[in-house]
Design a protein around this ligand. Structure first.
Ligand code: AMP
Length: 342
């Protein structure tokens, strides 16, 4: 039984999700204590409980401690099975984070799967569906696997009600990822998504972004306001930074009480840091790549400074899979991440 301290490093939901996904994929049981100890409302919230139950369903696990507020879970997995799954996260719980939890077992199962998820698709503190679709899935494809996503309805907090459909095909075989250079960057594209909000919100976000990034990075013709249907109001600013190697997607999600200029300012800060570093992998993709790279048995990528999410995730992944991650700042503000057998 692998023991995980849920307060480790970042100490959030990712520690739990990574352990669930890799336990379900490898068949190794684990116990986690002090779940999300570093968050203001620790323990299993609805979305984390949904992730536990989803992982359990995919691999036929026996689970103790699966209850709202629980600080400890014991997870004894069976065998991961391909199939057609439906997970309702409830309210605006993140569909993408639950999908990422079941991805490792479904990528190692024998056969293709479909997953239908309902909940939030554009949440703060989670990958928006656009990110999985445009940044993460193409890299999985390079590694030999397939993740095809369809956003059927947007879901914003607190209304939720979004739906996301995924089709997953395991690799045969895995190919190691090598993503060390950012070459041939394409034109940036920015979309302000608006559900039941006045158009000036999107206009002000795009104007702020244009001002902060300048003509060299973003031209007005590449900015769009997109009205979308959702249960209740919502807003997200989604910026695509395409390159031959990998598209990065930077997102800032609007919140009640947060000015449109501040939403765009967050996105602009992240984009400028990424562009200056001149690397293929940004601040969010870096932690999410560790699991597929470890499943593939190795790989290398260049990225911005390691986030606590990535260093924490590396420690959890190393508990379940025979891999060692190394991080080296071998150029100014540019880090090389490598994964290889220990
Ligand atoms: P946690 O905070 O532990 O629940 O983990 C949050 C996860 O969501 C991490 O994998 C983050 O990299 C990811 N994430 C948060 N915000 C974004 C974003 N704007 N774009 C992509 N991924 C994100």
């Amino acid at each position: 039984m692998i023991h995980i301290d849920g307060s480790l490093g970042e100490g959030g939901g990712q520690v739990l999700r990574t352990a669930l996904g890799l336990s379900a994929a490898t068949g190794q049981p684990f116990r986690i204590d002090r779940i999300r100890a570093q968050r203001s409302r620790p323990g299993l919230q609805r979305q984390h409980l949904a992730a536990v139950l989803a992982a359990a369903e995919v691999c036929g696990a026996r689970v103790d401690g699966a209850a709202l507020g629980s600080a400890s879970v014991t997870f004894r997995p069976g065998t991961a099975r391909a199939g057609d799954y439906r997970f309702a996260i409830g309210s605006a719980g993140s569909t993408t984070l639950v999908l990422q939890t079941v991805l490792p077992p479904l990528l190692t199962a024998a056969g293709d799967s479909t997953v239908a998820l309902s909940g939030g698709t554009h949440n703060p503190m989670a990958p928006p569906s656009d990110f999985l679709q445009l940044a993460f899935a193409p890299l999985l494809r390079r590694m030999g696997a397939r993740l095809d996503l369809q956003l059927l309805r947007h879901g914003f907090a607190p209304g939720g009600g979004g739906t996301l459909a995924a089709r997953i095909a395991p690799p045969s075989p895995w190919r190691p990822l090598d993503l060390r250079e950012r070459d041939r960057a394409g034109l940036l594209r920015a979309r302000a998504l608006l559900a039941a909000l006045p158009e000036h919100v999107g206009r002000r976000e795009l104007d702020t972004l244009l001002q902060r990034l300048g003509r060299d990075l973003l031209s007005p013709e590449m900015t769009h306001i997109e009205s979308v249907d959702a249960d209740g109001p919502g807003n997200a600013l989604v910026v695509e930074l395409p390159a031959a190697a990998a598209t990065e997607v930077v997102t800032a999600v609007g919140e009640r009480g947060l000015r449109a200029e501040a939403v765009a300012g967050r996105a602009a800060d992240e984009i400028l840091a990424f562009v200056r570093a001149d690397v293929p992998v940004g601040a969010h993709l870096q932690d999410q790549l560790l699991i597929p790279i470890a499943l593939a048995g190795g790989g290398a990528f260049r990225t911005v400074a390691p986030t606590p999410h990535m260093t924490t995730n590396a420690q959890i992944v190393e508990r379940f899979l025979p891999v060692r991650f190394r991080f080296a700042e071998d150029r100014p503000a540019s880090w090389l991440v490598t994964a290889a057998a220990p």
